[in-house]
Design a protein around this ligand. Structure first.
Ligand code: FAD
Length: 364
């Protein structure tokens, strides 16, 4: 039996804590915030009763059966398909860019094969080895679709010219030559019936797990434990010795409306003239419930300052030397494992977070 500390009560540490508690280890979880759940945290809105995704919309999707079985053990999942729209240049389009989007945007009635040939004509074939996000998009979809659906949105999201973002952000062909508007191509997709926080509460419900809310964990405490799993910021752990890693943060402007506001869960805004990236109307995330009125959030992205919540690590063309220095230092810490999106400084979807946490437990 080992005495183990977890820094953070998000998905990463919850999964690791549960698995190790079941093996008989004694787990103490430190969480700086006043709630568990990390950035997946959900709570009911006081005025409308809608289940709010407090740190931004979270849709569970995976192609990993083990992960899907794992989450279903702790919460019933309701069927949910993410269908996103985009308001761009005064019109509403379907995302991800699909045959409907192409036909509407170019005012055509193309078949899948015709559309494929048409988009190939649009694409900039002179780019043979795309390095940046912009080159990748120009190579795949050409100037018009790039400027309407990718350029402005990406500029607002990252605060950086897409010329300076790596091509890897846009990995696959971001276009479908059929009418499939299911945002995610994974076989398993759904929403936890009572929210993510309740699911994580169920994962943490074990006699060997003690949770201390409002209690940050600091490096000096590591000596008190046999092992530490740390899901806070890797630079924060080392007291920002080499400087701060760059992050984007989000501001959510909460608004109310009578009845319905936008008729869908997520509406992107592709134009740079609109300051927010998207609006999420959260009652559409729980379609099996009904509400008289509605609450929605305008989402603004900006550079993360000292007091802000870090959301997205920033990856630039050419990489980031600072993170390599911190990773080297982290590898020297004898009894500490850095996990999760902040501990490893990577954007991780929930399913990847869980898969990695299960792997970490196996290795431990
Ligand atoms: C806007 C947004 C939208 C997203 N949407 C999706 C989606 O639709 N689908 C999807 O699959 N994934 C989505 N994700 C990813 C998802 O949020 C992550 O996969 C998940 O939160 C990772 O869990 P984690 O435990 O690694 O980190 P976190 O959730 O960040 O948890 C870390 C916890 O550690 C705490 N902590 C930090 N430092 C300390 C310390 N020193 N001491 C004590 N506690 C500490 C923090 O307060 C936090 O509670 C989204 C992420 C963002 C930012």
């Amino acid at each position: 039996m080992k005495n183990i500390a977890m820094a953070g009560a998000g998905l990463s540490c919850a999964v690791i804590a549960r698995k190790l508690a079941e093996k008989g280890h004694k787990i103490t979880i430190f969480e700086s915030r006043n709630h568990i759940g990390g950035n997946c945290h959900t709570e009911r809105d006081d005025k409308t009763g809608v289940m709010i995704h407090v740190y931004g919309p979270h849709i569970f999707h995976t192609d990993n059966k083990e992960v899907w079985d794992f989450v279903n053990q702790y919460m019933e999942f309701k069927p949910y398909v993410n269908r996103v729209k985009s308001t761009t240049k005064g019109q509403v389009f379907s995302l991800p860019v699909n045959l409907h989007t192409i036909n509407q945007f170019f005012n055509k009635t193309l078949s899948p094969n015709e559309a494929r040939a048409f988009i190939e004509q649009q694409a900039d074939m002179s780019i043979t080895d795309p390095q940046s996000f912009e080159e990748q998009a120009m190579r795949f979809v050409g100037k018009d679709l790039y400027e309407a659906f990718f350029k402005g949105y990406t500029q607002k999201q990252w605060g950086i010219d897409p010329k300076n973002l790596p091509a890897s952000i846009l990995k696959r062909l971001p276009v479908r030559f059929n009418y499939d508007d299911n945002y995610f191509a994974h076989p398993y997709q759904g929403m936890p019936k009572d929210g993510y926080t309740k699911m994580i509460e169920n994962i943490l419900d074990h006699q060997n797990i003690e949770i201390r809310l409002n209690t940050p964990f600091v490096r000096e405490q590591a000596v008190e434990f046999d092992h530490v799993f740390y899901s806070g910021t890797i630079d924060g752990y080392f007291n920002y010795e080499y400087g701060r890693l760059p992050y984007r943060t989000l501001d959510f402007k909460k608004k109310y409306a009578k009845g319905d506001f936008q008729g869908c869960a997520v509406m992107n805004y592709g134009d740079v003239s609109v300051p927010y990236t998207r609006i999420s109307e959260h009652k559409y995330f729980s379609t099996w419930e009904s509400f008289e009125d509605t609450v929605y959030f305008e989402e603004y992205s900006r550079s993360c300052e000292q007091e802000d919540t870090p959301y997205y690590p920033i990856n630039l063309v050419g990489g980031n030397e600072l993170i390599e220095k911190y990773r080297y230092k982290a590898a020297q810490e004898k009894n500490v494992t850095f996990v999760g999106r902040l501990g490893t400084y990577r954007y991780l979807d929930m399913d990847v977070t869980i898969a990695e946490a299960l792997k970490v437990v196996g290795e431990f």
